[in-house]
Design a protein around this ligand. Structure first.
Ligand code: NDP
Length: 247
């Protein structure tokens, strides 16, 4: 139970990687705040039920990262009153947008992808910082993608936003150097989720890792094992099979 008594917030916790990370954290003793869209409440309830089944603790926060950031200050107040701090923040929620040549990219879609993938993590980090600073060792994990490091045709707004998130992580890390808050990115690598299927419809999902297989890096970064790890860009594929205290 390497996250015993830790308080973790995972965005996009109703499906895919976010669900697997939330479940892993709960299994390791963390109380997990499951953030996702109200319109997809059933998916958040599913994650909640999975956590209950393993004897974990979770709470649901419905919030649309595209257009409900205005209620984040209320969320911060509520979290402070209930938990007094935040130890782990995983900016996992993501919007793929459309795989389209830049010349044809729809303006509204561009705005949406930027809001969910870049503006929301920035805003959440900034607003939650006072709570993170109340932790003895706070870990922020920003979920990026291979296209963040090298643009590829048709990945448009998604790639640009994820590249922005890489840069944002470096800036935050530099500014938080002397604080208990450490921040890193995780590139999950191709993982069998709805988003992956939408980007690669012809791919056999059994040929790539499942969400629960890529959680070791998320666990490592959230734990005290990574206390000195700051401003790094890490790949989940390099951490498959990592187990605390074993390897
Ligand atoms: P999913 O589509 O399964 O999950 C995406 C999550 O983001 C969903 O839980 C979704 O919530 C949430 N989300 C989307 N828009 C919003 C919004 N406006 N407000 C709140 N939540 C929102 O995909 P993955 O699990 O694959 O993606 C997780 C992360 O991993 C993303 O950041 C993605 O970019 C990244 N990634 C994934 C890879 C892969 O191969 N799977 C590879 C590289 C990076 P809702 O339930 O409300 O739809």
């Amino acid at each position: 139970m390497i996250l015993k008594d830790r308080i973790a917030l995972v965005t996009g916790a109703g499906a895919g990687i976010g669900q697997a990370v939330a479940l892993t954290y709960a299994q390791q003793g963390a109380t997990v705040i499951l953030l996702g869209r109200k319109s997809k409440h059933k998916k958040l309830e599913k994650t909640y039920d999975l956590i209950q089944e393993v004897g974990g603790t979770a709470t649901i926060v419905p919030l649309d990262l595209e257009n409900e950031l205005g209620i984040v200050p209320d969320l911060v107040k509520g979290l402070y009153e209930r938990y007094g701090r935040l130890d782990i923040l995983v900016n996992n929620a993501g919007d793929l947008g459309s795989l389209t040549p830049l010349a044809l990219y729809d303006n509204l879609q561009w705005e949406k992808v930027m809001r969910v993938n870049l503006t929301a993590p920035f805003f959440l980090i900034r607003e939650l910082l006072p709570l993170l600073k109340l932790s003895d060792d706070a870990s922020v994990i920003n979920v990026v993608s291979s296209v963040a490091f090298k643009g590829r045709h048709f990945w448009g707004a998604y790639a640009a936003a994820k590249a922005g998130l890489v840069n944002l992580t470096e800036t935050w890390s530099a500014e938080l150097e002397k604080s208990p808050v450490r921040m890193n990115t995780v590139n999950p690598g191709g993982t069998a989720t709805a988003m992956r299927a939408s980007a690669f419809p012809g791919e056999d999902p059994q040929s790539i890792p499942q969400p629960h297989e890529i959680t070791p890096l998320f666990l490592y970064l959230a734990s005290a094992y990574a206390k000195e790890v700051r401003g790094q860009h890490l790949a989940a594929r390099d951490w498959l099979g990592w187990m605390p205290g074993v390897n």
